[in-house]
Design a protein around this ligand. Structure first.
Ligand SMILES: [Zn+2]
Length: 475
């Protein structure tokens, strides 16, 4: 951009003109939003006052209160926002315009984001927080066809007997056989041990070679970038939940702690092992899964409790298993606790390959753990209502990880690469796009569901908790 040497008033006015809110169509694929900010801009002060009074009236507030709103910015903000809702209300059948106005008048921000011709923050905030985006996204897709619903249901974990599920009293044939506890113990623990051992040996290093760690502040740069990318690239879905994380002060990096430097409690260890036990228990690479053979039903809280207790006894009764579990916790498994326990990141990295390769993997992990924080609580709650909880618990998280991580890779610039590689020594190897989802068949099933229902339904459900869009039953 070049500045004129001796600017004139016309030069200055040209800048003012350029940055004024304008009328335009805002593309928020799959939606289009009509923006008529230019119509507000031409109103006289008197007209603004009159309009404000009428907005307050429609919103069910005392119109006299409008006069107490004296700050010019705030007055305009309300007008722009109300106008935006007014011109787009008909695009969504059944949209409750009055309720949206009521919310608006009751939630005028102290420091409003104002509309700008080349930005969309204002529109995302107003349309997102008032519920317009969510309603528009839902209205934009057809009801999920029954056939797709059934295909998806089979992947979530088929009910034991679908035909008797709604037949009222006596429908007891909907039960799976009782858990064979001995079989579960006998088959699962060796499998789980193998899984941990195989992971741990990858961390072997040459005698005398020091451990190496990623700097915490470098991971902070990545976490902040990941959050910004998620907000930009998952639109309009990321803004579709009015009280979602992005509107309620979500600060991803502040939730992260250094797992490598943390000594886990017994509770931490068992929780972590539960996740791995599901990976081992659902594995079908060598035939029927252990869970199937033992009749483990993740929808039964008794079964879950039994497994938890079995794992607890395993690590308390066998010091070598406890050691392995602690090692796993500190070095291998970054993780995220839905119950507010924060996000643990492993800072040590493997030294048997270029450091940048480890860093790309860390970046993917950072994105994956963030996705755990973005899933709507209603969606997360569904894990107890399906037989393959890992499809939702981890598979769906992997879908979001792919969306955000691949975007970061595909759109990386010299500047963003420098930021992503902060503190990394040696040459920067090229990243590998994420094509296959992790967590074995849980990832594969989640990907199939994504294909069946489509990106639009999937991302809407993920962010808003409208789970019927992905073939689950809301409760
Ligand atoms: Zn995860």
């Amino acid at each position: 951009m070049t500045f004129p040497k001796n600017p004139t008033l016309d030069d200055a006015l040209a800048v003012v003109q350029r940055d004024q809110p304008v009328n335009r169509t805002l593309d928020l694929p799959p939606l289009q939003v009509k923006v008529k900010h230019g119509d507000v801009l031409v109103l006289s002060d008197q007209e603004v006052t009159a309009r404000l009074a009428s907005i307050y009236r429609v919103a069910g507030h005392d119109p006299a209160l409008a006069q107490k709103l004296t700050d010019t910015q705030l007055r305009l903000w309300v007008l722009y926002a109300a106008n935006l809702l007014a011109v787009n209300q008909d695009a969504v059948p059944g949209f409750d315009f009055k309720a949206a106005l009521t919310w608006l008048v009751g939630n005028i921000p102290a420091e409003p984001v104002m509309p700008a011709p080349d930005r969309r923050e204002f529109e995302l905030q107003v349309l997102g927080r008032t519920g317009w985006l969510r309603a528009a996204l839902k209205a934009n897709v057809q009801r999920l066809p029954d056939q797709v619903r059934q295909q998806a249901a089979a992947l979530y974990g088929p009910p034991p007997s679908a035909s008797t599920a709604q037949s009222g009293p006596g429908a007891s044939s909907g039960q799976t056989p009782p858990l064979d506890k001995e079989l579960l113990r006998k088959e699962l623990l060796p499998k789980l041990q193998n899984l941990l051992v195989n992971h741990a040996v990858q961390w072997r290093r040459q005698q005398g070679q020091e451990r190496r760690f990623q700097r915490w502040e470098d991971l902070g740069l990545i976490a902040r970038l990941a959050q910004a990318v998620a907000w930009q690239t998952l639109q309009p879905y990321a803004a579709a939940c009015g009280d979602g994380p992005f509107f309620t002060g979500f600060d991803y990096f502040s939730k992260i702690y250094d797992k490598t430097a943390t000594m886990p409690t017994e509770q931490d260890l068992v929780k972590h092992l539960m996740n791995r036990a599901y990976v081992a228990g659902e594995d079908t690479s060598t035939g029927k899964s252990v869970f199937t053979l033992a009749g483990y039903d993740s929808m039964r809280s008794d079964d879950r409790l039994f497994l938890f207790e079995m794992l607890r006894q395993w690590i308390t009764g066998d010091p070598s298993m406890r050691k392995l579990a602690v090692y796993f916790f500190q070095h291998i498994g970054s993780n995220s606790h839905a119950d507010g326990g924060g996000v643990g990141l492993v800072t040590e990295f493997r030294t048997d390959r270029p450091e940048s390769q480890s860093r790309w993997e860390t970046i993917e992990t950072i994105v994956h753990e963030m996705a755990h924080s973005l899933i709507h609580p209603n969606f997360r709650a569904q894990v107890e209502k399906v037989r393959r909880p890992m499809v939702i618990k981890e598979g769906f998280i992997e879908v979001i990880t792919r969306e955000v991580f691949n975007w970061m890779i595909d759109n990386r610039s010299a500047a963003s690469t420098t930021r992503l590689m902060a503190g990394v020594e040696g040459q920067v190897v090229a990243p590998v796009r994420k094509t296959t989802l992790g967590y074995a068949e849980s990832g594969a099933y989640a990907d199939q569901i994504f294909q069946f229902v489509g990106r639009e339904r999937f991302l809407t459900a993920f962010m808003t908790g409208d789970v019927e869009l992905v073939g689950l039953s809301p409760s």
